[in-house]
Design a protein around this ligand. Structure first.
Ligand SMILES: [Zn+2]
Ligand SMILES: [Zn+2]
Length: 134
């Protein structure tokens, strides 16, 4: 996965460096279990560099969703099944009625996982998703 360059100095980058020492004592981790790869991916996904713009963070975060099930980062709160504001699309917080978006519904990006750069980008992605399902 191509990754944007980290500054190495912000809080998020330091967190990533700390975790790297724990999960990757001997890089490259060719013998790592799926569990440690998942921990690592979760740490990366939850700690985008503080110097990146929202667009970069969004692309970075969405790329993790393409990983195979067993090493994908642990699900964010917005993905919890049955949660009132789960839109069915990871990273988007919206309340749907019978799978439809009410005209006055509020659609927001999830600020935890930051899969979308803005609320507007989240709305666009959700609309595209709903169209696909028809
Ligand atoms: Zn950084
Ligand atoms: Zn989220």
């Amino acid at each position: 996965m191509p990754q944007p360059t980290r500054c190495g100095e912000c809080m998020a980058c330091r967190e990533v460096e700390q975790t790297k020492k724990m999960v990757m004592p001997n890089p490259p981790f060719s013998h790592a279990s799926n569990d440690s790869v998942r921990v690592w991916n979760t740490t990366l996904a939850e700690n985008p560099c503080g110097t990146w713009d929202p667009e970069t963070v969004s692309n970075y975060r969405l790329a993790f969703d393409k990983l195979s099930e067993d090493i994908r980062p642990r699900p964010c709160d917005c993905e919890a099944p049955g949660a009132f504001f789960t839109s069915g699309v990871p990273g988007i917080v919206a309340h749907l009625d019978d799978g439809k978006l009410a005209p006055d519904a509020t659609v927001e990006r999830c600020d935890m996982c930051r899969r979308y750069a803005t609320d507007a980008a989240a709305l666009k992605a959700l609309q595209a998703h709903l169209l696909e399902q028809v």
